[in-house]
Design a binder for this molecule. Sequence first.
Ligand code: DGJ
Length: 694
Amino acid sequence: MNRVWRIDGARQTLVLGSREERLASVVYWGAALPADEDLLGLLDADMPDLTGGMLDAYPEVSICPEASRSFPGEPGLVLTDAKGLHLAPRFRYESAVEGEGHLVLTFVDDDLGLVYHAHFAIDPETNILQSHAVLEASQPVRLHWLAAPVFPAPQSCDEMIDFAGRWCGEFQPVRTPWATGGRVRNNRTGRTGHEAFPGLILPGRGATNTGGEACAFHYGWSGGHRMVAEELPDGRRQIQFGHADGTEMALATRFETAPLFSTVSDTGLNGCAVAFQRHLRDRIVTWPDPARPRPVHYNCWEAVYFDHSVDELKEIATRAAALGAERFVLDDGWFGRRDDDTTSLGDWVVDARKYPDGLGPLIDHVRSEGMTFGIWFEPEMVNVASDLFDAHPDWRLGPDDQIPGRQQFCLDMANPEVRDHLHARIAALLSAYEIDYIKWDHNRVLPAPDDAQTRGTYALLDRLRAEFPGVEIESCASGGGRIDFGILSRTQRVWLSDSNDALERLRIQHDAALFLPMAVTGSHVGPRVCHTSGRSHDMRFRAWVAAERHMGFEMDPRELTDAEAATLSRVTAWWKATRDWRSTADILRLDSADASVIAEQQLSGDGARFVVFAGLAQTSAQIAPRPLRLTRLDASARYRLNLVNRDDIVGLSRGTPALKSGPVELSGQYLMRHGVTLPWSFPDRIWVIEGKRL
Ligand code: DGJ
């Protein structure tokens, strides 16, 4: 018998169908279908024709393609029994549980004692479809690969976009043309990774940031993912996401993929980006105090590194507060005998040489300056030169002769004793002091990937959060090495990159906005000479680039000239004045006609106001600034635009574009079809334009 199901959101419909009781396939996924669509008719219509040189029917691209059914591509499930013999399931329909916007399908293989569940749910407001797969076995089996429910990829797209990157260079989009065969990303580092953000975008032919069709995926797991984007020999296409293969080390009777988040758009890449941004901000992250505005951060890392002196830190805190900081984060160097990065990870006890009276005097000072206090940990790690390693060398993860990373090793987070110990140490500090924030770092990859490690870390985070619900946590891993919806369901901020170079940051932020909203994306004003690029940038550029996201400072404020301090205070005040509406705004990437301009428009939830950031990342090829087209405005409404940083106009700008001399009032239609004419500028500068609907 054939069966069909559909679930709907306001802007998308998912139709699944099972033929002759076999595993279901996605029959349709895209813009919302009419309510009276004949779903069984779709199932018939979906069947491609046959010709010579083919089997007599198509092996289905099901939600878990089965090798046992002559499927010519990557199967959705690879497993062996306890003796290592391959199992080749042939699932049959068992049951379906349907509800408003959600669906669970169950299929069984009685001969092998296997049960497969596929879960689907569409969020009606964020336009995100969430799915995951569960496999149960009557006897322990070894899982090599389990894909979250598999989606067909549209035929109307010519390329795919996934993400590469590196330390200080996260979120690098990689465009690959579709061709017969598969593109596989298999991240076996045991960490989400700078180099492997688990996302995929499939732009329809001709799609841009602001127009056209697209669909996109994100796999919410922090232990490293595998993605298969494959065009079969017959031209059909499939998308698979799961944990990196071979990372379930133990025989077991139950396995579950992480959630796969997906979305479709007919408003270009921005439609997908906005769905991910909103879903992350409004559904995934849990905010201890949602009413509390995001505080401006000060982080002392690039000011003092390991060289902590209470008096100096107090002076820095006083200056940071005067600039507008509202939370002071004490970074690495406060514990054990941590004078450099060779020792003390694991010894989470305040260093009495640096803090003879504990952290109390510094925290009291920070609070007296009107700031709250945050502190750095790297819980999952240990140095050999530490009391912890002396006491428990067996708590180290992996073999003795493994390659260290930053002179450190991972602890075995699957071991409950390790978790109990870390919990006790961290909880002791959180109980002893008024701490409202943890920067949780993870500075090396695992010696070998192991899903139990990620589950252990999640368990420790969950336990601490249950006990200290008021404490916010930042996910850091040498910058953006652990950014995904799995870790973000347990944290509230990401340290996007260790690069505080405003020019690099401008690009990283722009590409990260394909998934991340402003509220979670940390961005700091670094030292005048950037420590990771050696470049110097004007404070105007550094401050405004940080102001695009969750703003903070990370330089030694004692290095600032009066003029720099004044600029930073002014931009910070602007950030505070706009943060309420911007924290819930959509970040819309603009299609700049000038390849040198990286531009975005942050649009308030009610569409009544926006701010455009247009950064000149290099000198333009042409001499006349090209108009910058805006997006998602009301064509018939009029808007007043004002150049917020008019003072930054340079002497070489000699013309008279109206925006230079005062606010301009223009229609949405003009702004979207023609664009706003920007003043001429030096490179490494950014224009900030606020707009209000009249
Ligand atoms: C790497 C982080 O990304 C930095 O911000 C800083 O916290 C260092 N670790 C500290 O060791």
